[in-house]
Ligand binder design. Structure first.
Ligand SMILES: [Zn+2]
Ligand SMILES: [Zn+2]
Length: 52
């Protein structure tokens, strides 16, 4: 389980992808299925980048 970066819940079903900010090569974004389906905004824990 990991913590969803959007809703903060512990989730089993999630997507994990690198931060889309080209200046950030460390950030990893975790977004759960619920947040993905609802197109909730995510934010990168490293650089604060937000995206749909
Ligand atoms: Zn979530
Ligand atoms: Zn980032």
């Amino acid at each position: 389980m990991k913590t969803c970066g959007t809703c903060g819940r512990l989730v089993l079903d999630y997507a994990e992808f690198p931060c889309p900010n080209p200046g950030d090569d460390k950030g990893v974004i975790i977004r759960c299925k619920f947040c993905r389906e609802n197109e909730n905004t995510y934010s990168c824990p490293e650089c604060g980048f937000t995206g749909p």
